[in-house]
Design a protein around this ligand. Sequence first.
Ligand code: COA
Length: 130
Amino acid sequence: MIEYRTSLESINPNDLNGFFVGWVKPLTPEQHYIILKNSSFVVLAYDKENSRVVGFINAISDMVHFAFIPMLEVLPEYQHKGIGSNLFKTMLELLDDFTCIDLMCDKKMQGFYEKFGMFKSHGMIIRKYN
Ligand SMILES: CC(C)(COP(=O)(O)OP(=O)(O)OC[C@H]1O[C@@H](n2cnc3c(N)ncnc32)[C@H](O)[C@@H]1OP(=O)(O)O)[C@@H](O)C(=O)NCCC(=O)NCCS
């Protein structure tokens, strides 16, 4: 059974294995934990039977007007079961009071986010992968 949690209570880095699939330099579970801890909002999908986090989404915010969603990921073996959609919907509920909710994504993901009322915009970024 998948449980959706909005806090890191009783979660530790060992519960966060297997994420950042396909990244050239995946973040460690320790780095992942710090990111979640420092985020303004998190939603975790927790598999109670296997005692592990199987999906997450985080948001950082000025707590007045803007919220930015940097990451959403579901472990490959748990994808296509509605977990990503549930994480996103729950995050939108948490962010209900914010006027501006932004995220960056690949073009192929735009259809996924449009289902939740988001619309395409323009963005500028810096990425220091090296
Ligand atoms: C995107 C992601 C979180 C969706 O999680 P999920 O639990 O599979 O989502 P749901 O089951 O709620 O919805 C699945 C639907 O999302 C859409 N979708 C998922 N990945 C997609 C992709 N790469 N491109 C386009 N659409 C995608 C499809 O419509 C899919 O429908 P299907 O299951 O019939 O194929 C998951 O694929 C993932 O972790 N991907 C790798 C990380 C990533 O790309 N994150 C988004 C960064 S912007």
